[in-house]
Design a protein around this ligand. Structure first.
Ligand code: AMP
Ligand code: GLY
Length: 425
């Protein structure tokens, strides 16, 4: 009999085309059970490990048709937009196991107001908040909490819909521009991203990571999708994962099942470790980017069997995950002007140098890139996620920045302080 975490053989289709999907494809390509790996739409880096296909990732029928044609035994949906659009439902309706929550369960990410409602029902600790739609409600909420103000667009905004500011008029302006908006109390303390794989009943937490959301060194500048990440977190309480499983992850999964909309896929808890305990900042319904790059760099268990077990409701039979002792760091190289409208179409140099001189400890995961006439060009805001492992964070960090230094991309930007404080202890 096969071990429950081994599939024997499976063809996998990954939906998406960022560095998170490159990290997923890289891990799947290293899994001996994966006999064919496809990605749609992918990017120039993913093309090296998977066969690329063009498909509208938001069109569930088209994704299901492609998966059927490819005889995929597992579809993995990376980004939130297709999940919120119901792509995982369409794939499952076609009889193909899919890793990713239903449209209804993905509302946990799609609507911050819905997430707050689920947390209230499940008694999950989070910031106190108001959902506002009128200027009067907005003024009342801003006044109730005081500065610093935390103002969040209710809908999907790729990490850019949140404004945290001490400036009342800036807070008010953003709130009014959002339409429906969540205004909440400010949470202080370090942030942690904790991912869990779930089949709707059983919850398997991964290792925690920390993301760097602001554009500039020292946590200055605007919020972005994430400029870098590291794992493990040497400063965190060793009991953190168990505590969050018990107080946050399991109750949330149980509440969604109770509502008749079970959440199966990746539940991402964005947490603040405050002086009064752990609080949920946000939930996402998919792997985080760039945290996935460092979490998967450390996962020893082959990935396909884990994702498949979640997709078919068999997580309870999965043996415990195993992890490498290594630390991992990833540094995002972004285009000129990101997170504003980025400049794209610039050639990227040095990729071969990293492959020849830094592998296997450091490697480049592609985000917004495309190939043209044998060259790799920038094609988005976050362009590359340069990832490295080492015996500790200091070594992983050194290797990641050595690889970043080999990359040439005109006008590009990256933070120089990813994992610095944690590495220094
Ligand atoms: P979100 O999209 O909800 O994760 O918010 C993006 C970023 O804004 C978070 O990673 C935090 O850095 C910050 N943020 C969000 N909510 C709060 C809060 N209640 N208190 C302090 N910072 C927050
Ligand atoms: N790293 C933040 C996110 O994936 O939403």
């Amino acid at each position: 009999m096969r071990a429950p975490d081994r599939l024997a053989s499976v063809k996998v289709l990954v939906i998406g085309g960022g560095a998170r999907e490159h990290a997923l494809c890289r891990a799947l390509s290293l899994d001996p059970d994966v006999t064919a790996l496809h990605c749609a739409p992918g990017n120039a880096g993913i093309a090296e490990v998977a066969e690329l296909h063009q498909v509208d990732a938001l069109d569930g029928a088209a994704v299901a048709r492609l998966a059927t044609e490819l005889e995929a035994g597992l579809v993995v949906v990376g980004p939130e937009a297709p999940l919120v659009a119901g792509v995982a439902d369409a794939v499952r309706d076609a009889g193909i196991p899919c890793f990713g929550p239903s449209r209804e369960a993905a509302e946990l990410e799609g609507s911050k107001a819905f997430a707050k409602d689920v947390m209230a029902a499940a008694n999950v600790p989070t910031a106190r908040s108001y959902v506002c739609t009128t200027p009067e409600e907005i003024d009342h909420a801003l006044d109730a909490f005081g500065a610093p103000y935390v103002v969040k667009d209710d809908g999907l905004a790729a990490g850019k819909g949140v404004v945290v500011t001490g400036d009342l008029s800036a807070a008010r302006e953003h709130a009014i521009a959002c339409g429906r908006v969540v205004i909440e109390e400010f949470l202080d303390g370090p942030e942690v991203s904790l991912f869990a794989i779930t089949d709707g009943t059983t919850v398997v937490p991964l290792q925690p990571a920390q993301d760097f959301k602001r554009a500039l060194d020292g946590d200055e500048g605007p919020n972005t999708g994430g400029m870098g990440a590291y794992s493990p977190l040497p400063w965190a309480d060793p009991k953190l994962v168990d505590e969050v499983l018990e107080s946050v992850l399991q109750p949330t999964v149980d509440e969604l099942r109770r509502r008749g909309t079970p959440f199966a896929g990746l539940l991402y808890a964005g947490l603040a470790i405050t002086s009064r305990g752990v609080r949920v900042i946000e939930f996402n319904a998919r792997f985080g980017d760039p945290e996935t790059q460092v979490v998967l760099a450390r996962l020893r268990t082959p990935l396909a069997g884990v994702l498949h077990a979640a997709a078919v409701g068999e997580l309870a039979a999965l043996p415990p995950l195993t992890w490498r002792d290594d630390a991992a760091v990833t540094v995002v190289v972004a285009s000129h002007n990101y997170p504003g409208t980025p400049r794209t179409g610039d050639p990227i140099d040095g990729l071969r140098d990293v492959a020849e001189q830094d592998a296997p400890h450091a490697y480049v995961l592609h985000a917004g890139t495309r190939a043209e006439d044998g060259r790799v060009l920038s094609a988005g805001g976050r362009v590359l996620s340069v990832t490295a492992t080492g015996s500790d964070l200091a070594q992983a960090r050194k290797r990641a920045y050595a690889a970043v230094a080999r990359i040439g991309l005109d006008g590009s930007q990256h933070r120089t302080d990813i994992a610095r404080t944690a590495a220094e202890g």
